[in-house]
Design a binder for this molecule. Structure first.
Ligand SMILES: [Zn+2]
Ligand SMILES: [Zn+2]
Length: 475
């Protein structure tokens, strides 16, 4: 579409017209738009002058012409000129209506426009259908003050403005699109960002803002998207019988029933709840999520250097607090202990979830029959650097795909407790089910301790002694 065809359909203001070519020439959209219109107006005006001159000359010559044939030609020429002139006047009119009021200097044109609209001059300019005056000072002031009052409730350092457009504006943009256009969204983000930087003294951060301020500048609706904070650390579980995360009651699915004493919980507490509670109080979050680097069974303790975790606090009102104090608060529980606390980022969650860390376990193995010292030391030798084929254990088969995992035991050590019982320490791949490694799980895990000893064994107690992530890698 050429300049005046666009303006004929949509009387875009200077700023919006300039936005169609935002990627060309380093200047403001307003200046670019106005300049383009001025250039077009100059071109049209000079053409108009020439045409008018020709037209007047022809009118003068016409009287002297007697030859009918020539008269006919002359008349046609005059007609053609007349329509060309009115076409250019038309085009100038669109430029005027889109805000190029400098054109009013031209007498003829002014007549034409005042014929149509006999109100005040500035009302001859039509409202811009793209920006609809959202960049007006008062509008920007109302919106920025509204944002300020919403932000008041939150602690933050870095923010970002995001603009939401009404459907009709999005459609208009699609129709107007040029390869050099920028969306009005980008311009509003930029302008509102600048105003808010000035008012708040905070900074704009496009990569990891604490808060994204979502604004619809047309209806002045504002929404804050408060990004979560991540706190990483390691936890130890000192007591058996505590699940890692909150479990809804199996009977009522969390609604609360007689069986769960109307708590909605299957277990009175969890590692997640013990850790999250004091953090939620201090950071004033709306919700939380607990991400552990794997999980131990409910009856298994987590000892040693602890298991890495990330606590995600959603929509926090506070973003910085004394982590040392929070650590003490959690450790007072006597059930869970946390250490190595620090602020993390979203990526830590993915890392923790995907990294299959090697582990060191301590298991108490009980055999059906008595077991000799020789048998124990032979078992230890066989277990070292042993590859295990483990089909998904029966006890988890309802929630895990049935497949055979190949895992390795790297190191083993054993210590007798009594005639039928011994302690077994294992350093092995993450994801190896230890209870099944000992029992054999009806042949689904092979080789197993039961198989190697040729005696039926069970795991009586289990502790995780160490989770070996990159920083704590053995060897
Ligand atoms: Zn506009
Ligand atoms: Zn219940």
């Amino acid at each position: 579409m050429n300049t005046t065809n666009i303006l004929k359909k949509y009387p875009l203001c200077h700023r919006c017209f300039g936005r169609l070519y935002a990627k060309l020439l380093h200047t403001s959209n307003y200046e670019r738009g106005k300049s383009l219109k001025i250039a077009k107006a100059i071109e049209l005006e000079s053409k108009l002058r020439i045409l008018m001159e020709n037209y007047n000359n022809k009118l003068n010559n016409k009287k002297e012409e007697n030859n009918e044939e020539l008269k006919e030609l002359e008349n046609n020429g005059i007609k053609g000129l007349k329509s060309e002139i009115s076409e250019i006047k038309e085009q100038l009119k669109y430029l005027y209506k889109s805000g190029l009021t400098e054109i009013k200097l031209m007498d003829i044109l002014e007549e034409e426009i005042s014929e149509e609209i006999d109100e005040k001059k500035e009302e001859n300019v039509e409202p811009c259908p793209w920006c609809k005056n959202i960049f007006d000072k008062e509008n920007l002031e109302i919106i920025s003050e509204k944002v300020m009052s919403l932000l008041n409730d939150y602690e933050y350092e870095k923010f970002l403005v995001g603009t939401m457009l009404p459907k009709s504006i999005k459609q208009l943009e699609k129709e107007l699109e040029t390869p050099y256009m920028e969306s009005i969204r980008q311009e509003f983000n930029r302008i509102m960002g600048k105003i808010l930087v000035e008012k708040t003294g905070k900074i704009v951060d496009k990569i990891s803002p604490d808060i994204v301020v979502m604004i619809n500048p047309y209806n002045k609706k504002i929404k804050l998207q408060v990004n979560p904070i991540f706190i990483k650390g390691r936890y130890k579980k000192l007591e058996r019988g505590i699940p890692q995360t909150h479990w809804p009651c199996r009977n009522c699915k969390g609604k609360g029933c007689e069986k769960c004493n109307y708590t909605g919980k299957q277990y009175p507490t969890s590692v997640e709840e013990i850790i999250a509670e004091p953090f939620m109080k201090v950071f004033k979050g709306a919700d939380e999520a607990f991400h552990g680097a794997g999980r131990e069974d409910i009856d298994v303790r987590m000892l040693g250097n602890g298991r890495p975790f990330v606590l995600q606090i959603k929509e926090p009102k506070i973003r910085k607090a004394d982590l040392e104090k929070l650590k003490e608060e959690v450790n007072k529980s006597g059930k869970v202990e946390i250490l190595d606390l620090d602020y993390g980022v979203r990526k830590d969650v993915v890392f923790f979830k995907n990294e299959p860390h090697k582990k060191t376990y301590l298991a108490v193995v009980e055999c059906e029959e008595e077991i000799s010292d020789d048998e124990i030391s032979e078992l230890v030798n066989k277990l070292e650097n042993l590859t295990i084929n483990q089909r998904t254990p029966i006890r988890v088969s309802h929630r895990r795909a049935d497949l055979v995992r190949v895992r390795k035991v790297y190191k083993a050590d054993a210590k007798r407790i009594d005639a039928k019982t011994f302690e077994l320490t294992l350093y092995c791949d993450g994801g190896l089910y230890i209870k099944e490694l000992i029992s054999g799980d009806e042949g689904r895990t092979s080789p197993s301790v039961s198989e190697l000893l040729n005696k039926k064994c069970i795991c009586k107690m289990l502790d995780v002694l160490n989770v070996h992530d990159i920083e704590n890698e053995e060897n």
